[in-house]
Write a protein that binds this ligand. Structure first.
Ligand code: ZN
Ligand code: ZN
Length: 384
């Protein structure tokens, strides 16, 4: 109790110090592809604030005090039609919106219809074959605000946000060229990191300020680490080469007792024996219910089913399981298979629910990161 109190006081002092003394000074910019998989053909954009610059094509410029009336942007083949108050402002190859740094733009796909988000910085829009390509260009630190919102949400311990800021900044720089050939750096989906635009939440901003410019490096070759993370490891994290081909020095399997009571620590999946073997293309006549029984406390890459061995990741993908860490048993009375699983996600790198528990127990952001990423160095980012 005393330790928790002391820890809260130390954090408050650090927070106040950083809030007063630190401004977000990273000027690195990032381009984020928005709603790329959703084939958006029409968008409404509401400029929020006192001044927004809108470049419609090369010649038409509109700068002015904004209000709640949106601009509508629609794909027209490889051109874009721009409307304001039902008046067509132009039919152009590119349109951009840029708000003051204090303001933001509310961006809402209207065809198909999606919930919108607020965005800082610039929105650059082009069209190809009737589909709009929207890129949000903004400082990396501002981008991280939307990633923390998208990946871990609200009401967490401030240290959890510091951990996420360092980890997500590392990921952003490490995978800065992931979408290079599409004209942007990262997308806003789980393929990169979930990004939900800007949200004015002091805890996000403070954590980004406190950790300003800090990233993780591989202590062996001093290259930028891959900031990989998942929801819950089920008690044992996964070595990177068990999921992907590359062996990362800092992503070794470790035992994690911090997440074992987490929301996603356990799960179950049931189906009939016939359906199970049908989906994995195996003749079920060869394997009796009694032959199906697999228990292990370790993470396994392959598990035996009768005379055949199966890759756990393949089974995870086929049955859309929450993780590749599970036991199997067959119930002869119902002739059904029960899959009892642990954790949620690929299990490599940081376990979010474990990190949340570690923060409650007063571990620092560096201690949490160095627990999950074996021996990484946490240093200022420099362009290599
Ligand atoms: Zn991506
Ligand atoms: Zn864990």
């Amino acid at each position: 109790m005393y330790r928790n109190y002391l820890c809260a006081m130390v954090r408050l002092i650090i927070c106040l110090f950083c809030f007063i003394g630190l401004t977000l000074n990273s000027q690195e910019f990032i381009r984020v592809g928005l709603f790329r998989a959703s084939k958006i053909s029409s968008i409404a954009i509401f400029p929020k604030g006192n001044s927004t610059t809108i470049n419609i094509g090369e010649n038409i410029h509109f700068t002015g005090k904004s209000d709640s009336i949106p601009f509508y942007v629609s794909a027209n083949g490889n051109l874009i039609d721009v409307f304001y108050e039902s008046v067509k402002l132009g039919s152009v190859k590119q349109v951009s919106f840029e708000s003051n740094p204090e303001d933001y733009l509310f961006f809402k796909p209207s065809r198909p219809d999606f919930k919108g988000n607020n965005y800082k910085g610039k929105l650059l829009i082009t069209s190809k074959d009737g589909i709009l390509n929207t890129i949000n260009e903004l400082p990396v630190n501002t981008y991280l605000n939307g990633v923390i919102r998208g990946e871990i949400g609200f009401d967490k311990d401030p240290v959890v946000y510091e951990v996420h800021a360092i980890m997500s900044r590392t990921y952003a720089y490490r995978f800065y060229n992931k979408h290079k050939y599409e004209g942007f750096n990262v997308c806003d989906q789980t393929h990169c990191q979930v990004y939900k635009g800007f949200f004015n939440y002091d805890q996000f901003t403070n954590s980004i300020g406190i950790t300003n410019n800090k990233v993780m490096y591989d202590s062996v070759d001093h290259t930028l680490a891959e900031g990989l993370f998942h929801a819950n490891c089920g008690g044992i994290t996964n070595s990177s080469e068990n999921v992907w081909s590359g062996k990362l020095n800092y992503c070794r399997s470790i035992e994690d007792t911090f997440c074992i009571n987490g929301k996603h620590a356990h799960w179950e999946f049931k189906c009939s024996r016939e359906e199970f073997f049908d989906k994995i293309n195996l003749d079920l006549k060869n394997i009796s219910c009694e032959d199906i029984c697999y228990y292990s406390d370790a993470r396994s890459i392959r598990i035996p089913l009768g005379a055949t061995e199966f890759n756990t990741i393949t089974l995870r993908n086929v049955f859309k399981l929450k993780s590749s860490f599970f036991n199997l048993e067959c119930n002869p009375e119902t002739d059904s298979i029960l899959v009892s699983g642990r954790g949620f996600g690929h299990g490599v790198g940081l376990c979010q629910e474990g990190a949340i528990r570690m923060a409650e127990l007063c571990y620092s952001a560096n201690e949490i990161l160095q627990f999950y990423y074996n021996g990484v160095l946490i240093e200022e980012y420099f362009i290599q």
